[in-house]
Design a protein around this ligand. Structure first.
Ligand SMILES: [Zn+2]
Ligand SMILES: [Zn+2]
Length: 256
């Protein structure tokens, strides 16, 4: 089986202007798949050594700017670079109109085919012979999907953001993922904000990881309000789940 290479292109949120907004690139064999496309994604992909022309699938969790504002410039660069290979974009309802209207207003016609799949609820999609994605409806106040990627028969990557913790639902869908990337926007001391804005705390992410027996947890989408020190997130999570790390820009993980 091919190894799965996961590279974090951005891991914080939600304020615009940051060079660390959510995006993760997954390489499996020759397939390149992008999870979210926050502002500036194409620059960081380039910096990390990836050509945007190589991206085949783009999975968007939800229509908040910090997850989607990098999508159009990425598609424009891909087209200007001469890429002609098809792209499939999967996301919540609204993404098709967002693309169609922007293409029209910007007088932009991609050189390649763009297939858009709008999710209407939890769904499993087969991307290739040995790669599937299960879209899981999350709890974030607007239509939001987490993605559970399965490679071959055994390897699993779960990308669960932005959301309140939903351990019961997830445990029916994913068991022992090799890597769980989970919303850990806030600390428990700010849990009223987590409730108000429908995000998770580091402790809640750790609890989910424990419940679904993840092999590794990456604390993701940490608010820029803590940017000077993420140590408290790590300490808080590790009290509950030992195998927790902070997701950092340009971090690379190999699943094999
Ligand atoms: Zn966000
Ligand atoms: Zn959001």
């Amino acid at each position: 089986m091919n190894p799965i290479r996961v590279t974090i292109l951005g891991a914080s949120g939600p304020y615009p202007g940051s060079d660390d907004l959510p995006s993760v690139i997954v390489c499996y064999g020759r397939t390149r798949l992008l999870l979210d496309a926050g502002e500036g994604t194409q620059h960081r992909a380039h910096e990390a050594g990836f050509s945007v022309a190589s991206i085949r699938y783009i999975l968007i969790t939800h229509m908040h700017g910090d997850h989607v504002l990098g999508l159009l410039p990425l598609l424009q660069s891909r087209s200007l670079s001469g890429a002609e290979t098809e792209v499939t974009i999967i996301g919540p309802e609204g993404i098709r109109n967002y693309l169609i209207e922007n293409f029209k207003l910007l007088h932009f016609k991609p050189r390649f085919d763009v297939t858009v799949i709008e999710l209407k609820g939890d769904d499993e999609l087969r991307l290739s012979n040995d790669m599937t994605v299960y879209a899981v409806g999350l709890d974030h106040g607007i239509d939001t999907y987490g993605y559970v990627l399965r490679f071959g028969s055994k390897k699993t990557l779960a990308y669960i953001t932005d959301t309140r913790p939903i351990p019961n639902k997830l445990s029916g869908i994913v068991e022992e993922p090799d890597v769980l990337i989970h919303d850990a926007t806030l600390l428990s001391s700010d849990s009223e904000l987590a409730l108000e804005y429908k995000h998770s705390t580091a402790a809640e992410a750790a609890f989910v990881a424990k419940e679904i027996k993840a092999k590794m947890l990456l604390l993701f989408h940490i608010s820029q309000r803590y940017r000077h020190d993420y140590g408290d997130h790590l300490r808080e999570a590790r009290k509950i789940f030992r195998y927790a790390w902070i997701a950092e820009k340009f971090m690379r993980i190999m699943i094999k």
